[in-house]
Design a protein around this ligand. Structure first.
Ligand SMILES: [Zn+2]
Length: 261
């Protein structure tokens, strides 16, 4: 990403994950940038003998199904803009539905939006509409190793193992307003003892960014997280909560779940 406009718009989205306004501003901007592209499926609008449904003789030229014979296609940006708008409206309607404020007209609209969301992601140009899988592969992440929930056009929640999140969480959060992370494995956490006048600290066993928390921060964090009336969990030398506290170092506003143990 090199476009300064896009960088500023994306920063606004990440700074306010619960606010749809920056997402809709981004969608408007994207729509303004939208252009045509050359059809990659055919040569000047025609396909050689690929239409198996056709009754035309084998080997004949057929009209391209993708571009309808024009040789030109949308570059996908208008579709991505629509996808963002559809998902924002879906999220708002779903919230109303959960609160019990939905009207019969809302239910109809919800159905139509869900259908359109499915069309955009499954049958239009999925790579442009939802460019996430290619992007994850570019980061070196196997998309099959993550479960992603999208809201309002971007990733909202990630389920993956601890190693994937520790290695790539920062990169994901730099481009997506992630608000929830569920780790399927407990992060490996080690205690580094005090040395040379420096406090000891907990750290991920393999943490490229060297995120760490001190014993004092750990105790304070445990006290803040302990349910009222429960014994102070930091009374023991090691507690799996330290993994949660460290994981939370990936940024404010992100709710973490880690498996027990
Ligand atoms: Zn074509």
């Amino acid at each position: 990403m090199t476009d300064p406009d896009e960088a500023a718009l994306l920063a606004a989205i990440i700074a306010a994950p619960a606010d749809d306004t920056p997402r809709l501003v981004y969608a408007d901007w994207l729509q303004e940038q939208a252009a045509d592209a050359t059809c990659g499926e055919c040569d000047a609008g025609r396909v050689f003998g690929r239409d198996v449904q056709s009754l035309r003789p084998a080997g004949a030229w057929h009209t391209c199904r993708r571009c309808g014979g024009s040789g030109r296609l949308s570059d996908g940006r208008a579709g991505r803009a629509e996808f963002i708008r559809v998902q924002c409206e879906l999220a708002a309607l779903n919230d109303r539905h959960r609160r019990g404020d939905a009207t019969p007209a809302d239910a109809e609209r919800l159905e139509a939006l869900r259908r359109r969301e499915g069309q955009l992601t499954m049958t239009v140009y999925p790579r442009e509409i939802w460019p996430t899988f290619d992007w994850l592969r570019g980061l070196g992440i196997n998309p099959d190793a993550c479960t992603l929930d999208s809201r309002g056009g971007w990733i909202a929640a990630v389920t993956c193992d601890a190693a994937v999140w520790i290695a790539h969480g920062d990169a994901i959060r730099a481009r997506h307003p992630v608000t929830a992370v569920r780790l399927t494995t407990a992060p490996e956490v080690g205690w580094v003892p005090p040395a040379h006048g420096r406090d000891g600290y907990f750290a991920f066993a393999r943490d490229p960014a060297a995120r760490r928390i001190t014993w004092a921060e750990y105790r304070a964090g445990c006290a803040a997280h302990a349910p009222p009336g429960e014994p102070d969990p930091s009374a023991s030398e090691y507690n799996p909560d330290v993994g949660v506290l460290l994981a939370c170092r990936f940024g404010g506003g992100v709710a973490f779940e880690v498996p027990p143990g």
